[in-house]
Design a protein around this ligand. Structure first.
Ligand SMILES: Cc1cc2nc3c(=O)[nH]c(=O)nc-3n(C[C@H](O)[C@H](O)[C@H](O)COP(=O)(O)OP(=O)(O)OC[C@H]3O[C@@H](n4cnc5c(N)ncnc54)[C@H](O)[C@@H]3O)c2cc1C
Length: 755
């Protein structure tokens, strides 16, 4: 990975983590263009590899074998990874419209979002059939389907609509896996009935005659009833109604028909083919919009129409990467002609496969192992990423920018410090102008009527609670970072039992050309406002400067009743210790930086960081909490010791009851820790280790620094269980009792660790 010190000049946005974009990410990771920022927007963190999915269903592979983890791959590429779904495109203003975040600006856009099954065109299909696309959703449906089949006493009738390669292979994989599951459950006589339904005259219509013959035989040997020439006109519960008047009764219906295009493409103004796919030239560039490229199933190459298959999406990856690079550097893209003939390898459920190319075809167990070798080699390229030296990229690539922009960049290099480092007034005004912070009656002068300083009112009988937090970004997503930073800062206010009232922001944005600075600032502040507004906290002002890295902090004012304040001191012997969120954010993000964290682990950690402590604090107060704090940079032990010192008590901490985020145990066991961990470990002198508890696998996590961590509170023993139950009901799924408060002893180690 190369660390860019060159300001961002152009944004290349990759929409969808399909088979072509994984190659683009890998190639840009190996050879970045200084000054180009890559952003991947994808609905899913793990991209399924079509070649191995049937093997996953058949039970030959685990989830990680058949999926490419986009988190580490994006990090390897130095790309921002926005985990979101595109729902539209504002092509005129070059913005991708997303479901859960502000629009994302691009200079060059590449779309690789695949296709969807055509359930919309057949009445009832969306309601009564399980669509195989998007495939990741299908994996979840498949587990439900298997449970239903195992749960029934009688034989189930399963039908697959669509007899292309996907449909045939899926049916045989489902059959193989269910057969094994039923046998394991001692239900050998209850084999389901299988049906394959297609409107074509033959199965596998795009494959050669030999392949078709082989599969006709294989399906017949396995007792699959094939219904060719049956166009499904309607789907009712448990029944396919065909156009010729016939009915097929089924208990489970899987839909693997011809692929359709995402409906929102029709609203984009992009030139589309009759089926709604993006028309592209031989260069993979949209025929209507030169700043848009498309590849894979979503693209329709005007001069070289091909069937929708993963093999073509994979092959388009390298030419797509090359052409995106050329266009970014001001060159013309080069045409690419996809092959006509390709090797097709289709499994039969068990470890046996049939291969075909042109007009030959072979089959056997060895074909399956050959296919497995090809597939695993492909996956290794994206899941086993080389560790790369961090290198500073400095020069601006030729062709990336014109003279005027180069001049702007020279000015950036000579930017002043002090007040001169402030972000320009115009940029600030435009970025903040897009935001409208929540309005409160007790904010007399705030952002809506800016002045030299904000003025807020403290109502009679209330006291004001102040806190400040500031840190640099640890995620490549300014919008998500803004949310985490705001949530982290609010944590102190909630831990005190106060209600937040107003916030001042202090932000640093990387040096750059005006448009990019404005974009990054508004993304970050939109994230922050989402959280502040949600907590009814008025953003009343702030200060923004340019610097080396994105960073954000808040000074927050809260209001509290004097007698409702929860403090660190006050823990009473006999109280139970409750922790509301799981530990592990420090080690997980340290692993993420080294490409050692799975995308879903980071996703889980971010979900936890974005969960507000507001409800948790109210619940703890209502349960009679005698003391409370939020767990952040000093880690669980550090914050616990602060409470112990302030309360004059001892504590017994049960390691095995600590809630841990997914993946955190794996990363600490690989020896990956946050850079703050050694500092926190010094506090081990406060620990009395009973029977070698420090050898417990969770021991390192008591030192792990947390960002936007949970609340740690002592609650009277009589209320503790009910309090945990209520916390769980409020959505703190990991809330649990982790120890007990004891009377103070003279010992120098007030924390007794129990394994
Ligand atoms: C059961 C089955 C088996 C198959 N087996 C084979 C095979 O063996 N060989 C073969 O060549 N083909 C096979 N195919 C076909 C193959 O799956 C597709 O042709 C291939 O996946 C297309 O790749 P793609 O890169 O275009 O898109 P996809 O692989 O579908 O990837 C699309 C990506 O975009 C993301 N995405 C989608 N919409 C959005 C959005 N709105 N916003 C953000 N992100 C979005 C998705 O999360 C996904 O990561 C099979 C299909 C099925 C159903």
């Amino acid at each position: 990975m190369k660390k860019a010190t060159v300001p961002v000049l152009k944004d290349l946005v990759l929409l969808g983590g399909g088979h072509s974009h994984i190659a683009v990410l890998k190639r840009f990771g190996m050879r970045p263009i200084p000054g180009v920022r890559l952003t991947l927007i994808c609905r899913d963190t793990h991209a399924p590899y079509s070649g191995m999915l049937p093997g996953l269903i058949a039970g030959h592979y685990g989830f990680d074998d058949a999926h490419i983890d986009l988190g580490p791959l994006a990090r390897f590429a130095g790309a921002q990874f926005f985990h979101d779904e595109a729902i539209g495109l504002d092509a005129a203003n070059r913005r991708v419209l997303c479901r859960d975040r502000p629009p994302v600006a691009y200079d060059l856009l590449s779309i690789n979002i695949g296709a969807t099954p055509n359930t919309a065109q057949v009445p009832g299909a969306a309601e009564h059939a399980v669509a195989v696309k998007p495939i990741d959703r299908f994996v979840a449906h498949w587990h439900d389907l298997a449970a239903r089949v195992l749960g029934r006493k009688d034989a189930v009738r399963i039908g697959v609509v669509g007899a292309g390669a996907g449909g045939v292979e899926l049916l045989l994989s489902v059959r193989h896996r269910l057969g094994r599951m039923l046998a394991q459950a001692g239900r050998t006589g209850a084999d389901p009935e299988y049906h394959l339904i297609t409107d074509t005259d033959e199965i596998l219509p795009t494959h050669n005659r030999r392949m078709r013959r082989k599969f006709t035989r294989i399906l017949s040997e396995r007792g699959v009833q094939v219904h060719t020439g049956h166009r499904v006109a309607r789907v009712d519960a448990g029944r396919l109604r065909c156009q010729d008047g016939s009915d097929i009764a089924l208990d489970e219906i899987l839909w693997v028909t011809m692929a359709g295009a995402a409906p929102w493409l029709a609203e984009t103004g992009l030139a589309l083919d009759d089926a709604g796919f993006i028309r592209v030239a031989d260069t993979l560039r949209s025929v209507s919009h030169p700043d848009v490229f498309a590849a894979g199933d979503v693209a329709s190459v005007v001069n070289h129409p091909r069937e929708k298959a993963g093999v073509f999406a994979v092959r388009q990856g390298p030419p797509l990467a090359r052409n995106l690079r050329r266009v970014l550097l001001g060159k013309e893209p080069k045409p690419f002609t996809p092959q006509r003939k390709y090797l097709s390898l289709i499994g039969t459920g068990e470890k046996y496969a049939v291969a075909s190319r042109a007009n030959w075809s072979v089959e056997g167990r060895w074909v399956w192992f050959w296919k497995e070798w090809i597939d695993r080699r492909f996956m290794r390229k994206f899941n086993e990423l080389p560790e790369m030296e961090e290198e500073e990229a400095t020069g601006i690539a030729r062709g990336l920018a014109d003279e005027e922009v180069i001049k702007e960049i020279s000015n950036i290099a000579m930017r002043c410090g002090g007040c001169g480092a402030k972000v320009g007034a115009n940029v600030l005004e435009r970025a903040l102008g897009r935001l409208s912070p929540v309005k409160r009656d007790d904010v007399l002068i705030g952002l809506h009527e800016p002045d030299d300083a904000a003025v807020v009112e403290v109502p009679d009988g209330k006291v004001m609670v102040h806190t400040v937090d500031f840190f640099r970004s640890f995620v490549d997503d300014a919008y998500v970072f803004g949310q985490v930073a705001a949530n982290h800062a609010l944590g102190d206010i909630f831990a005190m039992g106060a209600e937040p009232q107003s916030a001042l922001a202090i932000a640093t944005v990387p040096y750059g050309v005006e448009a990019k600075v404005e974009e990054e600032l508004s993304q970050m502040m939109a994230g922050a406002l989402k959280v502040l507004d949600g907590a009814n906290t008025a953003l009343v002002g702030g200060h923004t400067s340019e610097g080396a890295e994105l960073a954000l902090g808040f000074s927050i004012n809260g209001l509290a009743d004097r007698d409702r304040i929860m403090r660190k001191g006050g823990m009473t012997p006999g109280d139970k210790l409750i922790l509301t969120k799981a530990l592990g954010t420090g080690t997980l993000f340290a692993a993420d930086m080294r490409l050692k964290a799975k995308g879903r682990w980071i996703e889980g950690a971010l979900r936890s960081m974005l969960q507000s402590n507001e409800d948790g604090a109210r619940c703890l107060f209502a349960s009679g909490a005698s003391a409370c704090t939020d767990v952040t940079g000093f880690g669980l032990l550090g914050h616990l010791v602060e409470m112990i010192r302030a309360s004059g008590v001892d504590v017994a901490l049960e390691l095995s009851s600590l809630p841990i985020l997914d993946g955190a145990l794996e990363t600490v066991q690989s020896g990956i820790f946050s850079s703050l961990q050694p500092e926190n470990v010094r506090l081990r002198r406060a620990i009395r280790d009973i029977e070698g508890a420090s050898a417990h696998p969770l021991y390192p996590l008591i030192f792990d620094p947390q960002t936007a961590g949970g609340l740690l509170a002592s609650v009277p023993a009589a209320n503790a269980r009910a309090c945990v139950g209520e916390l769980k009901r409020l959505g703190y799924e990991h809330a649990t009792i982790i120890g007990e408060v004891a009377a103070e002893t003279d010992a120098l180690e007030p924390v007794t660790l129990i394994a």
